[in-house]
Design a protein around this ligand. Structure first.
Ligand SMILES: [Zn+2]
Length: 276
């Protein structure tokens, strides 16, 4: 079976799907009773236990479709034909109907899937997230894959070890594109990083030997705006409707309370007048 996996690229879709259909590797954690937090039952685990439980899912992503998502079968065959992975991943439903969970076996496939440049399946756009145990379907993580360009970076710095050094303060290195890898386009390096979209990105850094340096500009191709109030991409805290609405409500409420109080006062004085 293991030897056959090497030939995965030549196997049919049905065969590929059957290869990964196997139970999760069993993980045993010491038994424990519930704890009571504010009279409510709570089961607690250590960080290490949670990390071990997430081990089979460490190369998983969540696709969040921006409108009605294609069926799981359509997504599966699209991935099979277009993503160029070495092994067909598990493609499964999530609680929210627009989300889909994609579990890959190999890190290389995961890096490929999270850094795809066209985020769409049959024309339906999606956002992609690295799944982690604290992933919450009701919020979007602020860590997102972002393509950046280092314009004019001399090709001697296209080695992965240099690119990882340059990009460490910006985000987690995912991969460089093929023209950078093969140095067939030498007007700059282009690479994908996992970045925190809620933070202000830096726009340059310096490279050089002691006493002799050059300024390196950074261009962000796909950095989305991220709202820390709503925990979603697409707008930021300044342009947040929810925040503006909340502020508006407060004003409206205050005004309303004032109105009610004024009406009460008027009514009381009328009453007083009536009684008097
Ligand atoms: Zn917002």
């Amino acid at each position: 079976m293991a030897a056959k996996n090497v030939e995965a690229g030549r196997r049919s879709f049905a065969e590929l799907v059957s290869v990964v259909l196997q139970p999760l590797p069993e993980l045993s954690v010491p038994h424990r009773g519930p704890k009571y937090v504010d009279v409510e039952i709570c089961f607690q685990f250590t960080k290490e236990e949670i990390a071990r439980s997430a081990e089979p899912f460490r190369f998983s992503v969540v696709l969040k479709f921006l409108r009605q998502r294609p069926s799981l079968d359509v997504i599966r065959s699209f991935i099979h034909l277009r993503w160029g992975l070495s092994c067909m991943p598990m493609v499964t439903a999530m609680r929210r109907p627009r989300n889909v969970f994609i579990r890959m076996t190999y890190e290389q496939d995961f890096l490929e899937a999270i850094s795809l440049e066209a985020c769409e399946v049959n024309g339906v756009q999606y956002r992609v997230f690295h799944w982690k145990p604290d992933f919450n379907e009701d919020e979007e993580p602020s860590l997102v894959p972002v393509w950046i360009v280092l314009p004019g970076l001399p090709p001697n710095f296209y080695h992965e070890s240099f690119l990882k050094i340059f990009t460490a303060p910006i985000g987690r290195y995912i991969r460089r594109d093929n023209p950078t890898k093969c140095a067939t386009r030498t007007n700059g390096a282009r690479l994908c990083l996992e970045m925190d979209a809620s933070k202000k990105p830096i726009s340059y850094f310096w490279i050089g030997m002691p006493g002799l340096g050059r300024k390196q500009e950074i261009l962000y191709e796909t950095l989305p705006t991220f709202c820390i109030n709503c925990k979603v991409q697409g707008h930021n805290a300044h342009t947040c409707n929810l925040k503006n609405q909340k502020d508006g409500e407060k004003i409206w409420m205050r005004k309303n309370v004032k109105d009610i109080e004024e009406k009460k006062n008027r009514a009381t004085s009328r009453n007083k007048c009536g009684v008097g």
